[in-house]
Write a protein that binds this ligand. Structure first.
Ligand code: F6P
Length: 541
């Protein structure tokens, strides 16, 4: 057992002291002190630019954060992850999602299994896209439905939505995740079962929501096409062979993954099959290659130029030292509309922990609440709070230089908005400036006195800006790997296990003990309230 959490390290204490001094400087002051700040805090890698100049940091902040990273054994942890050590210590598992895309990650046997899996997936996708594999009536598949939840939904959904302009082959994706049956009912009313391929995506094949939706979809197919159609219309991605047997998934329609792939890190595996069917294997390989480029960069680049390390250490600085409770992710590209939902699981399921690897209290604030929307739309709703509300948030702006269709027309407007917001949030508008502007506009002194305080922008909202050429399979792979590694860096600095998720279990367990017909006795501290709720539902529906 380690005797102390990372928050007791001298490097942590040095940062606490530094936060009390340099951390209190306003961004206006930081820019005034350094005429080269924009250039000094800008890092380029490949086609990517990361602008950190509007983070509330100095060169010394970064040096101290790198000291903490080394004291927290970041170099050894990175090596251990890529080697395939069981760094998910609470579950005794390796963490090798990188092996799904990078030939330099994991041992040779893992690489061989990944190659074989890729071969089967490519063959299957090609056969479906060419119409060689068809439905039970011989009709070509034109619709593919992914039934899954959490990591078995959010990643494939993000890839399909972000790469809509790369769809080819005439296959339209659909996603069913919510247990309330709404998505399934909508689907049943809109697609022809004879042309529909259903992928049941569930690492465990026991997840309640996915099982309920998969069985309902099975009933739909059987009702429309007969029991024998199940083999032709269903595919499964899972580690659970016995459960796939019981469901009736044909052996040649099963794709596996491994216990070293966490759900929220699984889009690179067969869990991404729906996307591969929709964009084709060539584009899917580009997505994998994009992630691999950032794996290499994460391993090799010095910290000063290492994008995931920089984003990770700044995440810890903002959360644990500047006490910013949330991180808003604001893409200026409608294609990335689902990015925040994906990153929510990645960040909050990975680092939403309060004990260290050794079971001690972390002693610091960990994962921020991650949230967001496309920036252009957010500006007309929640940005009011970002500018003038409490508490203050950290922000990640993400913008491609060109629209996904290749043009610049609308994207120029989007970039203007994006750049304006980074400036406004960082520098704000002081009371004297507001008064001067109002006086210049001819406002009376009485109105200036009354209204000026409402028009003040405090600024000092720290933000990063990521620019890249265009949303493509490759740049999407870059972006997701960048955030994955940033999350890993943060987890390492906090000394926590970013790869388990025990926090989701209690709710699942309690739900399985509840009967809406009241035929299971309720027990435990909430029993009387629960019984009353169940009775209320029975009386009122
Ligand atoms: O309940 C959380 C979780 O286990 C996630 O970690 C996972 O992505 C999701 O459920 C779905 O799990 P499965 O793929 O096993 O159905």
């Amino acid at each position: 057992m380690a005797s102390e959490p990372n928050s007791s390290l001298p490097a942590w204490r040095a940062l606490t002291e530094h936060a009390a001094s340099a951390g209190q400087l306003h961004l206006r002051e930081l820019f005034a002190r350094d005429g080269q700040r924009a250039a000094n805090f800008r890092v380029e890698h490949g086609h990517w630019l990361l602008d950190l100049s509007r983070q509330r940091i100095t060169a010394q902040t970064l040096a101290l954060l790198f000291d903490l990273a080394r004291a927290a054994d970041l170099p050894a942890r990175i090596a251990a992850m890529f080697r395939g050590d069981a760094i998910n210590s609470t579950e005794g598992r390796a963490v090798l999602h990188t092996a799904l895309r990078s030939s330099f990650a994991g041992p040779p046997d893992v690489q061989a299994e990944v190659r074989e899996s890729r071969r089967r997936l490519t063959e299957f996708a090609a056969a479906v896209r060419r119409g060689e594999l068809s439905g039970s009536t011989g009709r070509r598949f034109t619709q593919v439905v992914n039934i899954g939840i959490g990591g078995s939904d959010l990643g494939p959904l993000l890839v399909c939505e972000s790469l809509r302009h790369e769809w080819s082959g005439g296959i339209t994706p659909h996603f069913v995740s919510n247990v309330d049956r709404t998505q399934l009912e909508d689907l049943i009313r809109s697609v022809d079962p004879a042309e529909t391929l259903i992928i049941v995506c569930s690492k465990t094949f026991t997840t309640l929501e996915t099982q309920a939706n998969a069985h309902a979809a099975r009933d739909w197919i059987v009702g429309a096409l007969g029991e024998e159609a199940v083999a032709a219309h269903f595919v499964a991605v899972s580690t659970n062979a016995a459960a796939m047997d019981a469901f009736g998934i044909a052996p040649q329609r099963r794709f596996t993954l491994w216990d070293w792939v966490g759900g929220r890190y699984s889009v690179w595996s067969a869990i991404g099959l729906v996307a591969e069917l929709v964009i084709g294997s060539e584009k899917f390989e580009q997505f994998l290659a994009g992630a691999s480029e950032f794996d290499r960069h994460f391993i090799e680049a010095p910290y000063e130029r290492n994008l995931p390390v920089l984003m990770g250490v700044i995440g810890v600085w903002n959360r644990s030292f500047l006490n910013l409770p949330t991180l808003a992710v604001l893409p200026y590209d409608q294609r990335l509309a689902r990015l925040a939902a994906y990153l929510q699981q990645l960040e909050m399921e990975s680092n939403g922990k309060s004990v260290t690897l050794d079971g001690l209290a972390v002693g610091a604030a960990t994962a921020p609440v991650m949230w967001g929307e496309p920036g252009s739309n957010g500006q007309h709703s929640f940005f009011q709070m970002l500018h003038q509300g409490t508490p203050s948030a950290a922000l990640d702006f993400i913008a491609p230089l060109r629209g996904s269709w290749g043009g610049t027309l609308g994207q120029d407007l989007a970039l203007r908005n994006c750049f304006a917001q980074t400036q406004a949030l960082a520098f704000g508008l002081g009371l004297d400036e507001v008064k001067a502007e109002m006086a210049k506009a001819g406002t009376s002194s009485a109105d200036i006195a009354r209204l000026a305080p409402h028009r003040v922008y405090e600024g000092n909202r720290p933000n990063s800006l990521l620019l890249y050429p265009k949303t493509t399979a490759r740049t999407l792979g870059n972006l997701l790997a960048l955030y994955e590694h940033s999350v890993f860096v943060q987890g390492t600095l906090w000394g926590i296990n970013s790869f388990d998720q025990f926090g989701v279990e209690l709710g699942k367990k309690l739900a399985s003990g509840i009967s809406m017909t009241g035929d299971k006795p309720t027990a435990g501290p909430g029993a009387q309230g629960l019984a009353a709720l169940i009775a209320y539902v029975a009386r009122n529906r």
